[in-house]
Design a protein. Structure first.
Length: 480
């Protein structure tokens, strides 16, 4: 596609307030800033790197056909003809790890830490087992899969960074080594299996993974027996609290409201496995439990939390969401450890709804804003954004919703896909995100007031008409 004559960097820097360029289906190359292409951005997929038949450290090119990065899946195939026990050689980050058909047990030796992203750990077709003596850190929503009789042994230091794991395809005769249940009897609020109304937490029984089906039934109408932080409870209908409640997790199986008229609810996990919307409302705080992370999990049903979410009594705390529906936050929240959205949609209905920490949005998740306008600096969100993973976060800004104004730094490997109508996404910080921006509607508007507001990626429009969106500079960018 032939490029139009673009504005030069100097002309961009010299623009005064409220000047704009219409993006007209083609390349608008702004030297040193971004490239704007009139093409639909191709879908992002993780590439695969294959381990070579040696014990060379995994951070070295000689260990692989192509050295894997955080965007790639590292796999062991029949290319490796014997048992293989390499060291990492450095802290490494891969999108996923897959065992296929090596000649023997694969062991990642102790020393350094491996970070695994959204492609997870895949032993679904493995003919050999996997032992991780190295450190293991998880990021994003991922699946751990294992074929019958295979063993995945997580023997090194295990940590999560807002990650959740789906064990639905972890065969019942496979074994998960070393990782143990928490005091409540589940692996943790971060580990689930199943879908729709079968969504549940998981337990390990001598390494065999299965659904945790022995929740204690909460007292109908008021949940008055929910009083133990090491017990997992369930309830199935609208309830109104008459006293404070505390639990490890609370699993909802119906459709209704948990009304809280001034009493504190303390939880490490909240799950909507029901048939309709779960609403937590009222003047009583939702306090994050001793884990210092509230993991909200849902099937395709919506979850709304309108009461205030506050830190655990033991320190700064975070909120993690994973689901196929929409999580709406409408309380004046004060938790300070950040928010992670691994999947689904986050609707922010109040300017302080994210507490005081950063918002991490995984590729494929959706962000939208309601209840307050982001069409001026007074409506700017106070939180940094992190765009994680391979691909774009969807910014849903139709006319029926609200403009979004991001005044803090946007970072990460992902990008934005802007959809909706005449509303605007405004970026005013020295942003570093590298995944670019894609416009999907002729009325999309991007406003900037910093030279680096668009990050380091590519600015694209997938429209092929003469009106393909607007890029608006509402400040002189000469000083940044």
């Amino acid at each position: 596609m032939t490029a139009l004559n673009p504005p030069t960097r100097s002309s961009l820097l010299g623009q005064s307030a409220h000047s704009f360029w219409k993006i007209d289906r083609s390349a608008l190359a702004i030297t040193g800033l971004l490239a704007v292409l009139g093409l639909t951005q191709p879908a992002a997929h993780a590439a695969t790197s294959t381990k070579q038949n040696n014990s060379t450290a995994l951070n070295l090119a000689g260990s692989w056909d192509t050295l894997p990065t955080s965007a790639d899946i590292a796999q062991w195939t029949s290319t490796v003809t014997t048992a293989n026990s390499p060291i990492l050689g450095a802290d490494l980050s891969w999108h996923g790890l897959k065992i296929v058909s090596p000649g023997g047990l694969v062991t990642l030796a102790a020393g350094n830490t491996l970070t695994i992203g959204a492609s997870g750990i895949d032993l679904s077709t493995a003919t050999q087992n996997l032992t991780l003596n190295s450190g293991l850190t998880l990021q994003g929503k991922q699946s751990w899969q294992a074929a019958a009789s295979r063993t995945l042994d997580v023997a090194g230091t295990f940590t999560r960074s807002g990650a959740v794991v789906d064990f639905t395809n972890f065969n019942a005769t496979a074994t998960l080594g070393t990782l143990a249940n928490d005091p409540s009897g589940i692996l943790g609020p971060w580990a689930t299996t199943g879908a729709t109304t079968s969504l549940n937490y998981v337990k390990s029984t001598a390494g065999a993974i299965s659904a945790f089906t022995t929740q204690t039934a909460a007292t109908a109408a008021d949940l008055s027996n929910v009083s133990n932080p090491t017990i997992n409870y369930s309830f199935g209908a609208t309830a109104t609290l008459t006293a404070p409640i505390t639990a490890n997790t609370l699993r909802f199986t119906g459709s209704g409201t948990l009304a809280n008229a001034g009493f504190v609810t303390t939880l490490n996990g909240l799950m909507n496995a029901g048939t309709g919307t779960l609403t937590s409302s009222g003047t009583g705080d939702l306090m994050i439990g001793a884990n210092r992370e509230l993991v909200v999990t849902a099937n395709a049903q919506a979850t709304t939390i309108s009461n205030r979410i506050v830190n655990s009594t033991v320190g700064a705390s975070s909120v993690t969401y994973s689901g196929g529906g929409t999580l709406t936050l409408s309380g004046a929240n004060t938790y300070s450890g950040g928010t992670t959205v691994n999947s689904g949609t986050l609707t922010l209905a109040i300017q302080t709804g994210l507490g005081t920490g950063p918002l991490t949005l995984a590729a494929g998740s959706t962000f939208q804003q309601s209840g307050f306008e982001g069409n001026g600096a007074a409506g700017a969100l106070p939180n940094p954004f992190v765009l994680s993973g391979i691909g774009n976060v969807i910014m849903n800004i139709p006319f029926s919703w609200k403009d979004v104004w991001l005044s803090q730094i946007v970072s990460g490997t992902g990008g934005f896909t802007v959809q909706g109508g005449t509303r605007s996404l405004t970026l005013t910080a020295n942003n570093t995100f590298s995944g670019g921006i894609k416009l999907t509607n002729a009325d999309n508007k991007i406003q900037i007031s910093h030279l680096n507001a668009l990050g380091t990626g590519t600015f694209r429009t997938e429209r092929t008409t003469s009106a393909s969106g607007e890029l608006i500079a509402f400040a002189n960018l000469a000083s940044g």
